[in-house]
Ligand binder design. Structure first.
Ligand code: SAM
Length: 324
């Protein structure tokens, strides 16, 4: 129980250390003074607490009481920073209000709050390891004229695809103002504002806007579960064909719900992902349910690529069902 308790604190410390730039600094420099973080005025007691907690978790090692170096689990923790930031900063409030929102009558109006900028940044890191490379691969031989990314989050995918396909244009759609702002900033920083636009909108109720008319490629990563439950998903899949009349391909990449009981082999992210969506009242589909919805929603699944980062993820390659 002591480990369990301290793990919760360590997850929070890891998320904070990421946002404060402590993990990046340690990764770059290899050692930092315990209380002297460069360029920021930080409360030394909080800083000491973060490092001490991360020392407990073997993410860092405090040497001689004054120097911080990477610990035995630093590399692993650094690679997993997106999961922790998504969980703690992005979705943390849900865990503190969990008993309240379990009462169905307390699920009215905006009954929870998530930090959608943190969700987008965390998701970007989660996708960096494997999903982005998978997209590079599946799109390598495809002529992309214009790509629409639904639930575009940080905008990173559009930037990467347009970077890889220099004549391509992109349009991002996200329901969250914070994500639209982040994506717009990122596109600007990448110098791609002329090629990529970002709109605030609901992917479940898109109209055939002029910006969508020449979109040939649609991507949707880590938000497909928001299409659900089943009827809504089928309807959204059908409506996408109307909103994007020139679409030749749709790539949906998402984590599916597991059905086995959790145990010692349960992967990172799985319990957090499933708990957060249960707390928000969202339905998570299984792999088989997705396949059913594709068929009824007017899309043919031509290929499926499983991912291990994130665990239980799949990239589905879809084409409009009537296409040859
Ligand atoms: C987990 S994040 C994934 C972000 C990004 N696709 C990525 O791969 O990093 C999910 C994103 O979908 C957005 N989203 C959720 N429901 C949406 C909807 N109905 N329409 C448009 N965007 C939505 C959220 O605001 C959030 O930015």
């Amino acid at each position: 129980m002591a480990n369990l308790f301290s793990s919760y604190v360590a997850a929070s410390a890891l998320s904070s250390a990421y946002q404060l730039g402590l993990l990046d600094e340690l990764s770059e420099k290899g050692e930092v003074p315990l209380l002297g973080h460069s360029g920021q005025r930080l409360d030394v007691n909080v800083l000491r607490t973060i490092y001490r907690t991360l020392h407990w978790a073997q993410v860092v090692e405090i040497k001689d009481g004054e120097l911080v170096i990477p610990g035995a689990r630093f590399e692993e923790a650094y690679a997993a920073r997106g999961y922790f930031y998504w969980l703690v900063k992005g979705c943390g409030e849900l865990f503190s209000i969990a008993p309240d929102v379990t009462h169905e009558d307390q699920r009215t109006g905006d009954f929870y709050h998530r930090d959608m900028r943190a969700v987008a940044v965390g998701s970007r890191h989660i996708g960096e390891e494997e999903v982005e490379k998978l997209f590079d691969k599946v799109l390598a031989d495809v002529q992309v004229g214009k790509v629409a990314d639904l639930g575009c989050g940080s905008g990173q995918r559009l930037i990467r695809i347009v970077g890889n396909h220099p004549h391509a244009h992109g349009v991002g759609v996200d329901i969250s103002k914070a994500a639209v702002q982040l994506a717009t900033e990122s596109v600007g920083e990448a110098g791609l504002s002329r090629q990529i636009s970002v709109l605030q909108g609901n992917a479940l109720a898109l109209e055939a806007l002029p910006e969508f008319a020449d979109v040939d490629t649609i991507t949707c990563v880590f938000m497909g579960h928001d299409f659900w439950p089943y009827e809504s998903c089928v309807n959204t899949l059908r409506e996408l064909r109307k909103a994007f009349p020139a679409a030749k391909r749709l790539f949906i990449c998402d984590v599916v719900r597991t059905t086995d009981l959790p145990g010692p082999d349960t992967t990172i992210f799985t319990l957090g992902f499933e708990a957060v969506h249960a707390l928000m009242g969202d339905y998570l589909p299984t792999y088989d349910q997705w396949q059913e919805a594709f068929t009824e929603g007017g899309w043919e699944c031509r290929a499926t690529h499983p991912t291990t980062t994130p665990p239980n993820g799949y990239l589905f390659e879809l084409v409009p069902a009537s296409a040859e």
